[in-house]
Design a binder for this molecule. Structure first.
Ligand code: UD1
Ligand code: MG
Length: 452
């Protein structure tokens, strides 16, 4: 993305409206905090704004929305004391914009699919046309509730008519207001001051600014956006639609950056997922927040990853769970039904079958046998297990933390290790085997006698 300095666009301020009640979500959580791709939806809007390096991002909230204020920090929140409409909401940012010169973009906190490119294009459009206002227009499949754009013979935008006020003829118009509007800063406040609430909703419509600008001899214009970019969320049904679109977008970006997805539709990514080149992701993989996957990693089917870094060339899964605080080293193998939590797995180490490695360090090239468990919790506190480089932990061993296995040590299969194992030592901690010769034959003979 070219930022404003390099492209000589005017400086930018963004006003994000988030004071609506969002009652149709039927939720205790403010609407704009519902996550899309594991990120509160308003943060997607803010990320798109941030990509344009604006001078200012101001979020308009309703009274008592501390969680929203916290989520958008360090950006400033201003309070709209009563939800009197989108025009009134922008007025709440008046003081913050007092000395600002340049472009002001107004956008909605509940429309998370807006892209930095689309916003950038609006700025370019205003620069090219010198319009006082640029409106994001789009052509939805069903124009339903959207404000209709009235374009005059010269191709300028003459007005926006809200659906509640529209005549049947106006309702038939296909081009709609996507909700994002860009204003020349010096025009914005005088227009807002002229807004009236003499409409069916008794609201101050931001969209009435178009007709008012026309009246004072300014031109307005439309920058077209895709329907997918302006989708607003009112219900959890729309939230699911936005999630789907965002997932498609994230996967597409990952694929264009050099990752292979065997069955893309079944993979879930997070907004902050980082995926390198020549990574392969199999079917049914869930990637939660905070995941970084380096080049040439192979994530096989049915894995679940969260807050973990996977280094170059590692193989994960199938059916592995990597939990927060973990690092899987280069070329390491984490196999089926293995859970890793808050653990560092060294370069080339192998934990291939049915193990739990938690609060642990596993050295380079260590081989952790099937069914190894780090017993990290005693009901009160978590303790650490250190497994040195080049160690070999026999299958079905329990390592009772805190405990240390020195470099190059061996642990016999089925051991319960409670004491330090020094480097290059073999530790066997299990009952000794006793063989009772001929026992089985005698046992069978006795059973047979009893039956007669
Ligand atoms: C608005 C537009 C409409 C456009 C549609 C696109 C107006 C008058 N209408 O209609 O032309 O087609 O969006 O989705 O602008 N908000 C506040 N304070 C308020 C009212 C709203 O902060 O007093 C915020 C809401 O939280 C929301 C956004 O503004 O994020 C839009 O409000 P909403 O009531 O959904 O507007 P629409 O009727 O959908
Ligand atoms: Mg709406």
């Amino acid at each position: 993305m070219t930022n404003n300095e390099s492209s000589n666009l005017p400086s930018l301020a963004c006003v994000v409206l988030a004071a609506g009640q969002g009652t149709r979500m039927r939720s205790d959580l403010p609407k704009v905090l519902h996550p899309v791709a594991n990120l509160p939806m308003i943060k997607h809007v803010i990320n798109a704004c941030e990509a344009l390096a604006p001078q200012n991002i101001i979020v308009v909230v309703a009274p008592h929305m501390p969680a929203v204020e916290k989520a958008v920090a360090p950006h400033k929140c201003v309070v709209q004391s009563k939800a009197l409409g989108t025009g009134d909401a922008v007025k709440a940012a008046k003081d913050e914009l007092k000395n600002f010169k340049g472009d002001v973009i107004v956008l909605f906190g509940d429309a998370p699919l807006v892209t930095a490119t689309a916003l950038h294009n609006m700025q370019v459009k205003r620069q090219q046309t010198n319009a006082a206002i640029v409106v994001a227009g789009f052509t939805p499949a069903d124009a339903g509730p959207y404000g209709r754009l009235i374009v005059d013979a010269k191709g300028n935008l003459a007005g926006i008519i809200e659906v509640a006020e529209a005549t049947a003829e106006q309702r038939a118009l296909k081009l709609c207001n996507g909700g994002v509007m860009l204003f020349a800063a010096d025009k914005l406040m005088p227009l807002l001051d002229q807004l009236k609430d003499n409409n069916s909703k008794k609201e101050f419509y931001l969209t009435d600014c178009i007709a008012l600008a026309q009246k004072s001899g300014d031109t307005c214009t439309v920058a077209e956006m895709l329907a997918d970019e302006v989708l607003g969320i009112n219900t959890r049904v729309e939230l699911a639609e936005a999630e789907k679109l965002m997932q498609q977008r994230l996967r597409r970006t990952a694929m264009l950056n050099g990752a292979t997805f065997t069955d893309p539709d079944t993979v879930f990514l997070s907004a902050d997922t980082k995926i390198g080149r020549d990574v392969t992701i199999g079917p049914n993989v869930f990637i939660g927040p905070g995941v970084e996957i380096a080049d040439k990693v192979d994530i096989r089917a049915f894995c679940h990853l969260e807050q973990v870094r996977v280094e170059q060339g590692a193989i994960i899964g199938p059916f592995a769970r990597l939990r927060p605080g973990s690092i899987v080293g280069a070329e390491a193998h984490i196999g089926n039904f293995v859970e890793i939590k808050n653990a560092e797995i060294g370069k080339g180490a192998k934990v291939n079958h049915m193990s739990y490695i938690g609060d642990a360090f596993v050295g380079t090239r260590a081989n952790i046998g099937a069914g190894t468990i780090t017993c990290n919790y005693d009901g009160y506190r978590k303790s650490h297990t250190h497994i040195g480089a080049d160690t070999f932990i026999g299958s079905n061993s329990s390592l009772v933390a805190p405990v240390k296995i020195g470099d190059g040590a061996y642990v016999g299969a089925g051991s319960v290790i409670t004491m330090e194992v020094p480097a290059n030592t073999l530790a066997v901690a299990r009952g000794r085997q006793a063989n009772i010769e001929d026992w089985a034959r005698r046992f069978r003979d006795e059973q047979a006698k009893d039956k007669k």
